[in-house]
Ligand binder design. Structure first.
Ligand SMILES: [Zn+2]
Length: 148
């Protein structure tokens, strides 16, 4: 018996599609793309924005390793005792936007600015009904050699 899975927020990505995409918005007036989607354009204030399925590959623009649990209301399943450091970063999707995202890698030796990253859907936590809550993250397309 496998646990039921639900998206953390169905507005963020198209999972459980076979090839999930992030859902951003695009301004019809100036072309600005943002993620998460907004109802008006942060660049020109137009409210003529449409949903846009973003690309699934980009380059790591910057990153850090979060080494302490986020404060509520962002707390995940971890307590201070079970918390494990995790990577967070911005991935630049070519011609679109930079996406702030968790990374699947928390080892600084495996993260390098400019490396190619791709979208993946990963388990975040388990909700009160025992369902697995899924969220998006980016992972390195090809593992680095691991040399320091
Ligand atoms: Zn605009």
């Amino acid at each position: 018996m496998s646990a039921e899975r639900v998206p953390v927020d169905p507005a963020l990505f198209t999972w459980p599609d076979e090839a999930p995409r992030l859902l951003g918005s695009e301004c019809r007036d100036c072309g600005t793309v943002v993620f998460p989607a907004q109802t008006s354009c942060p660049a020109c204030c137009s409210d003529t924005v449409v949903q846009r399925r973003l690309g699934v590959r980009g380059r790591l623009w910057t990153w850090t390793v979060q080494s302490f649990p986020p404060k509520p209301p962002y707390a995940g399943p971890a307590t201070p005792e079970t918390f494990r450091p995790y990577g967070v970063g911005y991935v630049e999707l070519p011609g679109e936007t930079r996406v702030e995202t968790p990374l699947t890698v928390a080892d600084p030796g495996q993260l390098e600015i400019g490396m190619e990253m791709e979208l993946t859907i990963v388990p975040l936590t388990t909700d009160a009904e025992g369902r697995e809550v899924m969220t998006f993250a980016f992972r390195p397309v090809a593992p680095t050699g691991g040399e320091d």
